[in-house]
Design a protein around this ligand. Sequence first.
Ligand SMILES: [Fe+2]
Length: 258
Amino acid sequence: MIDIHHHLLFETDDGAPDLEMSLAMAEMAIDEGITHIVCTPHASSHWRFDPKRNQQRLAVLREKLGDRIQLGLGCDFHITYDNVQDAIAHPEKYSINGKGHLLVELPDHGIPQGLTETFYDLQVAGMTPILTHPERNLTLLTAPERMIPWMRRGLLVQITAGSILGAFGKSSERMAHKLLADGWVSFVATDAHDTRRRPPLARKPYEVVAKKYGEEVAQALFVLNPRAAFNGRPIPEPPEAKGVFEDGRSWWQKLLKR
Ligand SMILES: [Fe+2]
């Protein structure tokens, strides 16, 4: 499995506090069957994104772990005016391995103003935005149809592996499964921060997805699509996304009688 969202870098953000924890997380990931990790430190008004420092940390981890696991670099990108302008000017700086796929994290509450235009601007600059864990955003939990215009224009969706098992509560679990059942999801990633509170567990979520939605879906979401993003290629299994690409009102709209 290829994990495209993982706070593995030590002393960088709210992920691994030290090298020891980074190595323990990597060992746990290896045990889970993860072969590649994209290290994705936050870039936000709270967490400064420092590419040079990130590369140094990455080099230390690569040296310690050798061939046992492949490490890449990306970013957990928050929407701020400065971030967006900088990403448009330097798309390689924030995207996964500098090759175009960009993880975009929304605040837990609400949706930033002008987000539809922001996604478009990022795409025009050559990036493919990937919305991280919509099942954990309170606004999208109650109004998932807000994602439809974004997805119609090519936004991809990543959910958190833990959500599939209920680690973020019942509502997030329900929405994660609704998104999976309707084919809205292109990636499952761990969004790991440590080995205990938010560990890099993937095996059990993979098994649940394979059992409920089929082995092919699990392969696409845990292996094939993430591998394509890791290598900067178009994803081989794009979402069919029931209610998004069909004409007329989406099932969300019908459900809500809008
Ligand atoms: Fe994250």
